[in-house]
Design a protein around this ligand. Structure first.
Ligand code: HEM
Length: 437
């Protein structure tokens, strides 16, 4: 079975360029007719998963909608009510469940800055010129429409060291979607398309669907967007305070993530960071090779958010909780070696592609990141991404004795979040025309 690539917005299937420059442009809709006009203008420029070669290679313009945005566009009530609950409810109202407490409380969120987030343009490009060209298309489609107001712009850009802000190479592991074309890399799990796209069979053996006419939802999906501020100085100081020397800091950082900063997995190189063939950086599993987590701790970030085969003997089926990450960094890099916070906003804006935000993103966030029960670790949370508002330790097997670091601070705090709908091309056309009154 092949995916309908020319019907799927590009960000679902295509990796971001490296380096990259991009932006999230968020708008409020006060006039449905004008919003539909804006959509009709933009649709010819929307990048699909098919048009990826040629002069525009690596650059994209994609369009997403919040639930209030679909309402503002005039979708009828019965269709609006048929969307999943997680998408219908503002993410800020789900703060207890998602662990957005303490400094992460929605009262401190700054995305969107002002007004209501109804429709968003996701722009990504390999260089400034290509980005400016996409930006001009976005501006051009909206500039003369006073019933559409831009409520925020969040710029994203590769930090100078081409890593995420804590200093790790990112974007290595991702599922291979059945029918996407090409071959999976060694160790890359093949996942049914219906986990990431509506209109296809999922891992439960059902066709993932949406409400209303098929044209609206087929080849569409949801992005669970999170704007996460990273306390880089706090992270560096924590490593320094809990290690004896620079090598010890690197080992501790690797134990927390499950990979060395270079991207090399502990599973393949547990004692020192060894250069590896980039194509083989995912060629590992946990169950037989490392059941106790002596190499990759069960509590480390990557083993929590994707336990691979480690939970095979439990009732949890890890295949039902896969996420396809589309992340990018915002804010300037904190210069190497600086241990004091400079107060500058920096972090990651992560967009998790998932066809069922409750079973996928929200499950991972609430059960695997902010709880330790599934690995018999009590209330311990993910050492990197956990909310750490209650006492959260990080423990891992070590010689001569198991090591336990107590009371982790919140290295990452939420600064915004929403589930958005990313329609297929037929869905965009439906929203742009069929509902016009
Ligand atoms: C600012 C916060 C975060 C940072 C700095 C971060 C960092 C990383 C790093 C360095 C990796 C390893 C590189 C790779 O495998 O591509 C990774 C993997 C991953 N992260 Fe995060 N992450 C963050 C938040 C999250 C959140 C909130 C989730 C899910 C709700 C998540 C889900 C994943 C997944 C699914 C993987 C791939 C694991 C695998 O397949 O082995 N991350 N992250």
């Amino acid at each position: 079975m092949q995916l309908e690539l020319d019907q799927i917005q590009g960000t679902v299937l295509r990796d971001r360029p490296m380096p990259y420059v991009g932006a999230y442009l968020l708008y409020q809709i006060d006039d449905a007719d004008q919003a539909r006009r804006m959509l009709r203008r933009l649709i010819p420029y929307v990048t699909t998963a098919a048009d990826w070669q040629g002069p525009d290679a690596g650059a994209w313009l994609n369009i997403v909608f919040t639930h209030p945005g679909l309402r503002a566009l005039g979708l009828p009530r019965d269709i609006l009510d048929g969307f999943p609950r997680e998408f219908r409810e503002p993410m800020r109202t789900r703060k207890e469940f998602l662990g957005d407490l303490g400094d992460s409380d929605p009262g401190n969120w700054d995305l969107p800055g002002r007004g209501r987030f109804d429709v968003g343009l996701l722009l990504m490009a390999p260089d400034q010129a290509a980005f400016d060209a996409k930006l001009a298309i976005g501006h051009g489609a909206q500039a003369d429409l006073d019933g559409i107001t831009r409520v925020d712009r969040l710029d994203i850009r590769t930090p100078e060291n081409l890593r995420e802000h804590f200093g790790f190479v990112d974007g290595i592991s991702r599922p291979f979607i059945e029918g996407q074309g090409g071959e999976p890399k060694p160790g890359q799990a093949v996942t049914k398309a219906g986990e990431f796209l509506l209109g296809y069979v999922n891992e439960l053996g059902h066709v993932a669907t949406g409400p209303g006419p098929q044209a609206l939802w087929r080849n569409g999906t949801y992005l669970s967007i999170r704007k996460l501020h990273q306390n880089v100085a706090m992270f560096r100081r924590f490593l320094k305070d809990h290690a004896q020397d620079a090598d010890g800091e690197e080992l501790l950082a690797a134990k927390m993530v499950g990979r060395w900063r270079s991207g090399c997995p502990l599973a393949l190189s547990p004692d020192k960071d060894t250069p590896r063939d980039p194509a083989r950086l995912n060629d590992f599993a946990y169950r037989d090779d490392d059941p106790d987590g002596r190499k990759t701790p069960p509590g480390s970030h990557i083993r929590r958010v994707n336990p691979r085969d480690a939970l095979t003997d439990t009732i949890v089926d890890a295949r039902l909780h896969r996420l396809l990450r589309r992340g990018a960094a915002y804010g300037p890099m904190l210069p190497e070696g600086v241990l004091d916070d400079d107060g500058v906003p920096r972090g990651a804006v992560l967009a998790f592609v998932n066809a069922d935000p409750g079973r996928q993103f929200e499950f991972v966030q609430s059960q695997w990141i902010n709880d330790g029960n599934f690995i018999s670790a009590g209330t311990d949370q993910d050492p990197i991404a956990g909310s750490h508002v209650t006492d959260s330790d990080f423990a891992y097997p070590a010689r001569p004795v198991r090591r336990r670091l107590r009371g982790l601070p919140a290295f990452v705090v939420t600064r915004g979040g929403e589930h958005v709908f990313l329609p297929g091309i037929s869905g965009l056309r439906h929203l742009a025309g069929a509902t016009a009154g």
